[in-house]
Design a protein around this ligand. Sequence first.
Ligand SMILES: NC(=O)c1ccc[n+]([C@@H]2O[C@H](COP(=O)([O-])OP(=O)(O)OC[C@H]3O[C@@H](n4cnc5c(N)ncnc54)[C@H](O)[C@@H]3O)[C@@H](O)[C@H]2O)c1
Length: 335
Amino acid sequence: MAHAKKVCVAVIGVGNCASSLAQGVHYYRDAQAEDFVPGLMHVDMAGYHVNGIEFSAAFDIDQNKVGKDISEAIYTAPNNTYRFADVPHLGAKVYRGMTHDGLGKYLARIIKKAPGQTDDIVKILKDTGTDVVVNYLPVGSETATKWYVEQILRAGVGFVNCVPVFIARENYWQQRFKEANLPMIGDDIKSQVGATIVHRMLARLFRERGVKLERTMQLNVGGNTDFYNMLDRDRLESKKISKTNAVTSQLDYDLGEDNVHIGPSDYVPWLSDRKWAYIRLEGRTFGDVPLNVEHPDDLAHEMTEAFIREESVTSPGAGDVLEPSNGHKMQTTVD
Ligand SMILES: NC(=O)c1ccc[n+]([C@@H]2O[C@H](COP(=O)([O-])OP(=O)(O)OC[C@H]3O[C@@H](n4cnc5c(N)ncnc54)[C@H](O)[C@@H]3O)[C@@H](O)[C@H]2O)c1
C-alpha cells in the first residue's frame, strides 16, 4: 500500500466516541481503497488513508484517564462502548484539560477530577505537531468548548466539533477560523444510522409523498454517560435545538413549537451503550385521512459512528468552514 499522507489528531474528551474513533483507525488500518467499509465514504481520500491518522494527544479531566496512553484510557470506566479492536500503545498521552462546565451535576457523581493544574494546551498541540483537534466533550460544555477553541486558534490547528455547542454555524467563529486560515467542521456529529437520520428520512418521506405532517416526537433512552449527563435538563438546550432542526429542516412549513418534541428522555443503566429511540409522526393524507407512523429503534450506536468521524478529520483544507458536509455528518447545519 502506498504511504498515506499523515494527519495528526488530538482529542478533547476521551469518552465512548473517542474510543470508537481510536478503535476504528486501528481496525481499518489495512483496508484497501476499493474496500467497502461500513460508515466510511472513502477509505482513501485525496491520499489520506485511514492509516494516515495518528493520534498526537488527548485532553480529559477524569483522574482515571489523565496520564494514561490513549490506548489505555479509551477502555477505562465509565466508558462502556463496544470493544471491537485492541488498540496498541499509541505513544500519545492524555493530558489534564480545563474543567470549566465539562462536568455537570450527574457526571460529577461518577467522575473524579484529576489533581493538578491544567496542562499547557497550546504548547502541547504545537509540540506534538497536531493538525486537527476533535471535540467530544459532554453535552452542555459551552464554556469549556469555547475555551478549548481559543487554545486551538492560538495553536493554529484545525477543528472538528462533534458536540452540540454552536461553533461552526456561528458567523463569529467562522470568521475567526477564516482569518486564521484554519479549517473547521461542525456542529454535533450525526450517527451513521441513528434516531436523527431515521426521523429525518421519515419526515422527508411524508413531504415527498404529499402527507401533511402535523405532529411528531422522538424520545431517546440510553445507558451511557452521554445519557446520564443529559438527565440535567439545563444542559440540553442546544442539543434539543440541534436535533429538532435536523428534522424540521426537512419541511417547507412551520410545524409550530408545540407540535414537535425531540430530545433525550431518560437514562437506563442496563442499556449500557445501546440506545433506544421511539419516533412517532402524525399526519393527514388524501381526504384528510389520518396517517400515523411509529418507529422503535434499537441502536448500537458508538461503534458505527466513529467511521464518519474519521472521514471528517481527513478532508478539510486551510481556511475552509466545511458547510456542505454538515448535513451528512453533522446534526446542526449552517443556517
Ligand atoms: N454518541 C453519539 O451518538 C453522539 C452523537 C452526537 C453527538 N455526540 C456528542 O459527542 C460528545 C461525546 O460523547 P461521548 O459518548 O463520547 O461522551 P462521554 O461521556 O463518553 O465522554 C466525554 C468525555 O469528556 C471528558 N470531559 C468532561 N469534561 C471535560 C473537560 N472539561 N475537558 C476534557 N475532557 C472532559 C469526560 O471525562 C469523558 O471522558 C457528547 O457531547 C455527545 O452528545 C455523541
